[in-house]
Ligand binder design. Structure first.
Ligand code: PAF
Length: 283
């Protein structure tokens, strides 16, 4: 695996690949890699000649300083995992390499997608995500880029950015990878202590039950039921549970049979914030 730390080095590598018509698949990450990331890389390997992974803990997308400081950093293990799935290139730049000394996000307009759910609770988060993903796309110029559906809102926002800025990349969403007990894989899971880790499986269990409830109940009743379950839970704290239209991410008022809906959730286990979502059935 080749490792590049500067934009100039990776740009010149990408140029040579372009000259021999190689397709580039790209998986952007913030490191602390897990099976979920590896599944994206494996998917990228199937469709592209060269797979590039970036590891960059992007400061402009953290609305909470402590979350940034405590974000797990496991570079040695990450490179070992990347080698194990035959990743071709790792791009591992410093903050200065990406931002110079102007660590500020660009202000985007994502046609309202940014004001829903995560946007309400993590001020400026999606400007930070848009800034780094756009910058990485400009350096790596991938043909295909892979993102997990755990961050479904992020995936929608990146697709919107690509559309609005006419970027020449196909954004591919990949299904959520789960632990055996249903917990969605996330780099933040490694910060959970044993007790929190055990409790965290309650999140997906509740989402599954909410999905079943939603088959016969409306969104308000289902939401009320979820609120109640978390009020009774001794350690998890619900930040939000929302049933939203997959296309607009606006919360649902009345079910319409031709629309696709998802339930989205954010929960605190102690100071660790976990998110998840599930596709709902409409009959
Ligand atoms: O999903 C993530 O890990 C990050 O938001 C991303 C897309 C790598 C941008 O920093």
């Amino acid at each position: 695996m080749k490792i590049f730390n500067t934009k100039q080095e990776i740009k010149s590598f990408i140029r040579t690949q372009g000259e021999s018509n190689k397709t580039i698949g790209f998986v952007p990450t913030m490191g602390a890699l897990h099976e979920g990331h590896l599944s994206l890389i494996k998917k990228a390997k199937k469709k592209n000649d060269i797979v590039v992974v970036s590891i960059f803990v992007n400061p402009t997308q953290f609305n909470n300083k402590e979350d940034l400081v405590k974000y797990p950093k496991t570079y040695k293990n990450d490179t070992r995992l990347l080698e194990s799935v035959s990743c071709d290139v790792l791009f591992f730049p410093s903050v200065e390499e990406i931002y110079g000394n102007n660590i500020l996000p660009i202000k985007f307009n994502f046609d309202g997608l940014e004001h829903q759910m995560e946007g309400k609770f993590r001020e400026g988060h999606f400007n930070g995500v848009g800034t780094i993903v756009k910058a990485l796309f400009e350096v790596i110029k991938p043909h295909n880029a892979y993102f997990g559906e755990k961050d479904f809102q992020q995936l929608k926002i990146i697709k919107k950015m690509v559309e609005k800025h006419h970027l020449n990349v196909e954004v591919i969403g990949c299904e959520i990878f789960r632990e055996k007990d249903g917990l969605a894989m996330s780099s933040r899971n490694s910060r959970l202590n044993n007790k929190q880790r055990t409790s965290a499986s309650f999140i997906y269990r509740t989402l599954e039950k909410a999905r079943d409830k939603f088959e016969t109940e409306n969104a308000a009743k289902t939401t009320e039921w979820v609120d109640k379950q978390f009020k009774k839970h001794p350690s998890l704290e619900l930040e939000y549970f929302t049933i939203a239209d997959e296309k607009t991410l606006e919360s649902l008022k009345n079910k319409e049979s031709d629309k696709k809906y998802r339930a989205f959730i954010a929960v605190f286990a102690g100071e660790i914030r976990l998110i998840d979502n599930i596709r709902l059935k409409t009959n």
